[in-house]
Design a binder for this molecule. Structure first.
Ligand code: GLP
Length: 250
């Protein structure tokens, strides 16, 4: 694992964007595994800027998103499809048909999930998987539990995740109770993983993911078994790493 601790959210975002841009420059037809949430928002802004400056093109990029709320239409302003359109896809030259986000309105989740995995498999897995992390250590929407779920699946969201995401909805009751999430198999199949976090409330999840016991009770901890992980955090999210003896790149 290469770990970068950046001064603040903006510096973290810039570093994340550099890792993503490097992937695209190196392989213009790469497959990006994309994430939503507050964490990657700033990185997407940098990528849009660099695209507008002519430094980057997404025209041959394929993307596969990690997760989506069950029951939200793509036009719902809290759906992850809407997030991707408004934060990235609408502002760069990615071909719409080359972007995938799980369908929160599918009538047949089981078949949908199997097909999502088959698609990822047909691409040879993703080249670079972006991950934020929940305060409880969830990655995508793989919530803490007694086992890791390998396949794309429907998840019952943890109460703490509903609490954390309530800030985006009018009331807590409006937060969907389920989501479709890529499983640990597709995440671990990625050739490279970029894990990012910002803010002190993520410091415990980052510490446990990087050097805690590998356990499904902290899903991010499985990343210790991945051979190619870059971690980018701000000082607050990385605040417990130095005292734990973790070596930092920058
Ligand atoms: C959400 C998403 C994750 C995201 C995480 C952290 O619930 N399902 O993909 O990484 O929780 O979100 P944020 O970046 O907003 O803190």
């Amino acid at each position: 694992m290469r770990i970068f601790v950046e001064k603040d959210y903006d510096a973290m975002s810039r570093r994340m964007a550099q890792v993503i841009a490097a992937e695209i420059v190196h392989n213009p037809a790469c497959v990006l595994g994309l994430a939503t949430g507050s964490t990657p928002e700033g990185a997407y802004k940098y990528l849009v800027d660099w695209y507008k400056q002519g430094c980057l093109s997404f025209k041959d990029v394929l993307s596969v998103n990690l997760d989506e709320y069950v029951g939200l239409a793509p036009t719902h302003d809290q759906s992850y499809r809407y997030f991707m359109q408004s934060n990235l896809f609408n502002h760069v030259d990615i071909i719409p048909e080359n972007t995938r986000v799980p369908d929160g309105l599918t009538k047949d989740p089981k078949t949908f999930c199997a097909e999502y995995d088959a698609y990822i498999h047909s691409l040879g897995y993703v080249d670079l998987q972006l991950l934020g992390i929940g305060r409880n250590g969830h990655i995508g929407f793989n919530e803490p539990g007694d086992s890791f779920v390998k396949e794309t699946h429907v998840v019952d969201l943890a109460e703490s995740t509903i609490d954390a995401n309530a800030r985006f909805f009018a009331t807590r009751d409006d937060v969907p109770k389920q989501a479709i999430s890529m499983g640990i198999g597709a995440i671990m199949g990625a050739k490279k993983v970029l894990l990012a976090a910002s803010g002190e409330e993520k410091a415990g999840a980052i510490l446990n993911s990087i050097c805690g016991t590998i356990t499904p009770h902290c899903p991010g901890s499985i990343l210790q078994l991945h051979p190619n992980v870059v971690v980018v955090v701000d000082e607050a999210a990385g605040s417990r790493l130095k005292s734990a003896g973790v070596s930092i790149c920058g």
